[in-house]
Design a protein around this ligand. Structure first.
Ligand code: SAM
Ligand code: TMP
Length: 394
């Protein structure tokens, strides 16, 4: 395949098989019309870029029933509050305008003067929640066509921000060109995305699903943005979503690079994160992890125990379908999201039950699919004794 950014060659190296939409939690009536695609990954040596070979049209995922609400995690609400203070202090003044791409239910934008901030959010479910909070949420994809409605702001936006969304956007050329049009000459691009280095370290292959078209690293971001006249001035590792990276970029030659980013670039080279060889060792670990997980679940079942899941995450779709785990192996998954409760997991049809029922339930073995929220969940569940929590990462 050819890289979608610079048309250079990519090497395909891992096939997860037929996969449904990760957030496509469905009702019984939809079982026969679920959409599937081949989830395969490739690496582009020139840009050091890890990417999906094929993916569904974004409109299939980001629409009126998109069920992921940022505010479902107190930890993330707090994270975005702290992040907004960091941005206000370092990259904004009282007149600055900020744009968020993928503003979801407005959790991040709520922390700013609402008159000065705008969000682009194509999924109506979450957009409506943001509107209720008084956020300037525009129910559209951020792209060169849709930003035309804000032409009067071209060149005037001081910060363009996104979290867990840049990697969702297939056309990175259009994304960066649109940012270039909106951003003021001294403006800053700030985004946080799941980090390839963390995925390699943990073998958290469940980060790979339809929405994550790209898995960025520092080296890949430097190479991509260099093509468009931007340079990375800082990068700050984050614990969120199982290991993310915050990238901070400006137009070339206006700001110094931080010492931290220089160190991180070297570290990536030492770990060979920018090389294809890292993909091949990751592949070996993924295959071993699948074997181990299936063995573990079947052993628990052999001993006569039932298993439930905790957190019907988008990531769980990759684990369940890739490892062929069905509703005989995991009885149900408890979740707090009202749009998921009463539905079934995509492809594997495990029922999703209201989290309220977890407290009185008998399960001794709990698969923590929301492992990236472990700290918050363990705090909440500390009264629950004799429970054996496990994940595919243990
Ligand atoms: N930023 C929030 C966070 O970190 O919790 C939401 C992340 S969610 C995984 C991705 C969000 O980006 C969804 O709400 C989705 O609708 C939105 N999105 C996807 N593609 C987009 C695009 N091209 N422009 C703007 N938003 C987009
Ligand atoms: P995410 O990993 O994509 O952020 O999804 C987390 C899912 O886990 C989401 O459906 C909400 C659910 N969840 C709970 O059910 N209980 C919790 O305490 C937390 C933090 C999340």
């Amino acid at each position: 395949m050819k890289c979608r950014i610079d048309n250079s060659n990519c090497n395909e190296f891992l096939n997860f098989g037929r996969m449904p939409i990760a957030n496509g939690f469905c009702s019984k009536k939809d079982f026969n019309r679920e959409y599937f695609f081949d989830l395969k990954v490739a690496f582009n040596k020139k840009l050091s870029l890890f990417q999906l070979v094929k993916f569904p049209n974004p409109k299939k995922m980001f629409n009126k029933s998109y069920p992921f609400y940022t505010s479902s995690s107190f930890y993330m609400v707090n994270h975005f509050k702290k992040l907004s203070n960091f941005i206000k202090k370092n990259y904004m003044n009282k007149n600055s305008i900020l744009f968020e791409i993928g503003s979801n239910d407005g959790t991040f934008l709520k922390n700013f003067n609402k008159k000065k901030v705008y969000g682009f959010e194509p999924s109506k479910s979450v957009h409506l929640k943001a509107k209720k909070e008084g956020i300037n949420s525009i129910n559209k994809f951020f792209n060169s066509k849709n930003i035309k409605i804000l032409r009067k702001l071209y060149g005037k936006v001081d910060v363009i921000f996104g979290a867990n969304v840049f990697c969702h956007i297939p056309n990175q050329r259009d994304l960066i060109k649109s940012i270039d049009l909106m951003l003021s000459p001294n403006g800053t691009i700030i985004f946080e995305e799941p980090y390839l280095g963390s995925m390699y370290e943990k073998t958290s292959y469940d980060q790979i699903y339809d929405e994550h078209i790209y898995m960025f690293s520092i080296n890949s971001i430097i190479k991509i943005y260099d093509l468009f006249g931007f340079e990375l001035i800082d990068a700050i590792p984050q614990n969120t979503h199982g290991g993310s990276m915050r990238y901070i970029l400006k137009r070339k030659n206006i700001s110094k690079k931080s010492k931290r980013v220089k160190k991180l670039i070297k570290l990536e080279k030492i770990k060979k994160i920018d090389k294809f060889s890292a993909c091949l060792s990751f592949k070996k670990k993924v295959i071993k992890s699948r074997l181990n997980l299936r063995k573990r679940i079947l052993n628990i079942k052999k001993k006569g125990f039932q298993i439930c899941g905790y957190g019907a995450t988008s990531k769980s779709t990759t684990i369940l379908n890739f490892c062929k785990i069905n509703n005989n192996m995991i009885n149900c998954i408890f979740d707090t999201t009202k749009d998921k409760i009463g539905k079934f997991t995509p492809g594997t049809h495990i029922p999703i039950l209201n989290y309220n029922k977890f407290k009185g339930s008998h399960y001794k073995y709990v698969f923590l699919f929301a492992w990236n929220h472990r700290k918050e969940i363990m705090k909440k569940e500390k009264a629950r004794k004799n429970t054996k929590w496990f994940t595919h990462l243990d």
